[in-house]
Design a binder for this molecule. Sequence first.
Ligand code: PLP
Length: 354
Amino acid sequence: MKKHNFSAGPCILPQEVLLKASEAVIDFNNSGLSLIEISHRSKPFIEVMENASALAIELLGLEGKGYKALFLQGGASTQFLMAAYNLLETKAGYLNTGTWAAKSIKEAKLFGDVVEVASSKDANYNYIPKGFTVPSDLDYFHCTSNNTIFGTQIKEFPTSPVPMVCDMSSDIFSRTLDFSKFDLIYAGAQKNMGPAGTTLIVIKEDVLGKVTRAIPSMLDYKNFIDKDSMFNTPPVFAVYTSMLTLQWLKDLGGIAAIEKENEKKAQLMYSEIDLNPLFKGFAAKEDRSIMNATFNLVDESLKDTFDALAKEAGMNGINGHRSVGGYRASMYNALPLSSVAALVEVMSELERKA
Ligand code: PLP
């Protein structure tokens, strides 16, 4: 039985993407070679890289606006330090909205002064701070658009007088935004784009060249911009599969089309959390993520019964992160509405049985 995959990541990819990717592993474009055997300097792979970059820029609505899309390695975690290495000369501001934001702050402190512009740590990150002002004496302001662990999401980004850097690992390509507000966006592939192994970086080129320190070659965005993400051997399988997902998204109608689906899924999920007396949501209502719904049982003694029902119905990956407990339903782009309906049915069944 195909499972309902609510995993927070690596997560579900569209079935047709998995099929095409697996075919390419055996024989890439009838070349008689596997995708993972061909040279990354060969024309067919250069085309893959060009297509993947062009699709990312097109889907984000950033064509002709001075941005470059890069596919790098090291995960979003490497971006925590790479962003600071390349942009932090004196002082940067960070919005502390969760575990990943805190990790990015820790790395940035190695390179200069870091001001926590606002934080929701006081309430175990169950809300997004509001009403703060981004100081104008910063090299940049960094935020996390979606907090995968806590299930909160920034709905309105602050106006920033300085370049804005955003970790969009868990909601990129899921909702329409004015992406030109950001000077640097990064996202690990393994939620809405492809297999782990590559990280998408979307960077406005004029934000670079302002720090005085020497930057090691492999951590210097400029080197990857100059070499079209091929300063060294790129992760060919992850980039190819990401390209397929981006093409799938474009064929569906782009971000605006998938956003409608994502909203339907989130609405179904959260209405069950709110109406079913056995469950309570973790995140503040106005900050709820449309990607990761976090919730707990009101009466923990029902846990074994609920877990057994969920298992029987083919649910995968619904356990909450240890820092929140309870449950987390991650509803990334490729998760069908029918999977959310199936989970909601399990929650209703528990109510009928309890
Ligand atoms: N940032 C966010 C918002 C995440 O959700 C994650 C992982 O789940 C990361 C960063 C870390 O990503 P990676 O494992 O690619 O380093």
